[in-house]
Write a protein that binds this ligand. Sequence first.
Ligand code: KIV
Length: 273
Amino acid sequence: MSTQAEARRLTAPDIRSRKGGTPIVALTSYHAHTARIVDQHCDVILVGDSLGMVMHGLETTVPVTLDMMILQGLAVMRGSRHALVVVDMPFGSYEASREQAFASCARVMKETGCGAVKLEGGRRMVETIAFLVQRGVPVMGHVGLTPQAINTIGSFRAQGRDEKDWGPIEDDALAVAEAGAFSVVIEAVAEPLAARISAKVPIPTIGIGASAACDGQILVLEDMLGLSPRVPKFVRRYGQLGPSIEAAVAGYAADVRSRAFPGPDNVYAMKAK
Ligand code: KIV
């Protein structure tokens, strides 16, 4: 029997119980090194399908595949020990039927060991969410701006900025909660609507471009670190990694060209005879 006291990883029920409590801190991560850092400060790590844009330079998340999500989900699980790891279900892996959704989610959970999945959509996904939850798949919902629907909505515009559009967005959030989701991401929604939804739904709301009144916040890590060239208005930059990386690469290139690198400390001497 192991005598080592290991820190228990947070679970979906732990996050569910945080409604109205201390704000839930969430960030995305797609690989082991960043997961190790993020894990020390966050409650939730989302392996977002934004990896298609951030890691692969895609224009949208639509081409992202289940295999891509599983590969990066596994890396994040290896790099983290404390946070709940949630893996995004990519476009085309869950919308056709409840059965398709279960098969895809079961693959993700078995092959990565993650603690929950996230899927986009409100009322149209309630049967699927209920089916999954009843079968042991913890689901995080995602309403408001749903980037996988880009080809039907036309642009990544904020939602609910006109009060007459509030009803369907609010209904989506309530429906997802009713179906059994343990939390719901609210993306790019007018602030008063996001605050109103947070007050109404019984599960934690995780805002991104939403409201400080949400039960938690999430950002894409590379956006807040200053690595992404273009970011939405709702991102606050907490670092300037882009310029730092560029300065480091320029320094390396100059040292290689002038033969200043490698230096005496970076090469192997012969063994003493
Ligand atoms: O894919 C992603 O990173 C997301 C967050 C923006 C919530 O869904």
